[in-house]
Design a protein around this ligand. Structure first.
Ligand SMILES: Cc1cc2nc3c(=O)[nH]c(=O)nc-3n(C[C@H](O)[C@H](O)[C@H](O)COP(=O)(O)OP(=O)(O)OC[C@H]3O[C@@H](n4cnc5c(N)ncnc54)[C@H](O)[C@@H]3O)c2cc1C
Length: 362
């Protein structure tokens, strides 16, 4: 490519932006990844990879990097879908495989791989504006040393559910938001005698056993017990029709929520160590979908394109989208090298090029 600073600018170094950067760099593109955060997000969010994305990452040698084991991942005997346990072991050709690795580790492995392949990742650099025309995009960035500009062939907004790129380009995000449910999550420590030896289920006196990962529903909500391998188990309680809370989330709040849903007390303590212990309260939820994933040379990826609070799928779906987009964008970059028609790398330089269809109103 000539006349541009990068083939593709990726706004957002979350798992989906990083996966795209790996794919682009693997295909010979020069991506620059911007993230306004000072470094990788340590928050435990997604708990692993499920389904087709496992096969996709195996092909790239990334599952072995995540697990330290290069043997094929075996299928799981069962899984829970929409609160219903599925006995997959009955299928002759069970396709479902799971890699239970937390999101911070997934993002760290992808960041290492992207850098190894030649992608440039700039932490502490925030995209603040975009102008794009027929030939390329001009991205304005606030970095540690002030504002500057990158000219590139394409911009991908992988900047999360509140995407700045989506907003600047005026792409609507229709769907449903609800503020009635409250979800509380925490990593916990229980005594070995509270566990059913064969299944690892959590025995709750006065209620029964919470089978691993299966989730139970009552009239008041749902509770899930997730004994993740090599990590502290997660306990999650969802309550319907709960008013928002103004206090800081605590283990006592989780304990009270679980008791309200199950009608029985569960004894647990905080895990050992400094954390983070995944303690989190999520009020309400969103199911939204960008009205279009593309505006000229700007594309949306991951949570910027779709959010689904109930599904817990954002990382898994987004990473497959990233792989799907990666080779196509790489082919487009190779086929139509951007000839940027306005001065490159000049901070705040010049008017938008003719045909420009997107600029920030701020
Ligand atoms: C508690 C919890 C549990 C979850 N569990 C699951 C699960 O089990 N399975 C699953 O698949 N998903 C799960 N998810 C969803 C998953 O975490 C998200 O779908 C995923 O993080 C989306 O990745 P992303 O790369 O699209 O966006 P993000 O991870 O949101 O990353 C966006 C990045 O963009 C950066 N950014 C934002 N604005 C700018 C800007 N203007 N300039 C530069 N950088 C910017 C941000 O700093 C951030 O690093 C869970 C989420 C939560 C909160």
């Amino acid at each position: 490519m000539t006349g541009a600073d990068a083939d593709v600018v990726v706004a957002g170094a979350g798992p989906n932006g990083l996966m795209l950067a790996c794919e682009l760099a693997l295909a010979g593109c020069r991506p620059v990844v911007l993230d306004r955060a000072p470094g990788p997000d340590p928050e435990p969010k997604a708990n692993g990879l499920v389904g087709q994305v496992v096969t996709v990452l195996e092909r790239r040698g990334l599952v072995a990097r995540l697990t330290g084991d290069d043997r094929p991942v075996p299928p799981v005997p069962g899984y829970t879908f929409a609160g219903m346990p599925l006995e997959l072991v009955r299928l002759a050709d069970n396709p479902l495989r799971v890699v239970p690795v937390g999101q911070p580790r997934i993002a760290a492995v992808l960041a290492d791989r992207a850098a190894e392949l030649g992608a440039e990742i700039r932490w502490g650099h925030e995209l603040v504006d975009v102008r794009h025309g027929a030939d390329g995009v001009a991205v304005e960035v606030d970095g540690p040393d002030g504002r500057y500009r990158i000219d590139a062939g394409y911009l991908v907004g992988a900047d999360g559910g509140r995407s700045t790129v989506r907003r600047i380009c005026g792409i609507a995000f229709p769907g449903v938001s609800q503020d009635r449910s409250t979800t509380r999550i925490g990593a916990v420590r229980v005594r070995p005698e509270q566990l059913e030896p064969a299944s690892g289920g959590l025995v709750v006196p006065g209620f029964g056993t919470l089978a691993p990962f299966a989730g139970v529903r009552t009239d008041r909500g749902g509770v899930t017990w997730a004994p993740l391998p090599g990590r502290d188990p997660l306990l999650t309680a969802v309550e319907w029709d709960r008013p928002p809370s103004a206090t800081t989330m605590s283990l006592d709040e989780l304990r009270a929520s679980v008791a309200r849903v199950l009608g029985a007390d569960v004894a647990f303590e905080a895990p050992d160590g400094a954390g983070p212990h995944a303690l989190r309260r999520i009020e309400g939820g969103n199911n939204r979908h960008a009205e279009r994933f593309r505006d000229g040379r700007v594309l949306l990826l991951g949570d910027a394109a779709h959010v689904d609070t109930a599904g817990g799928q954002g990382l898994n779906l987004g990473m497959q989208d990233a792989v799907n987009l990666g080779w196509k964008l790489a082919r487009s970059c190779a086929a139509t090298p951007a000839a940027i028609s306005w001065t490159a790398t000049t901070p705040n330089a010049g008017p938008p090029p003719a045909g420009c269809c997107c600029t920030r109103a701020r």
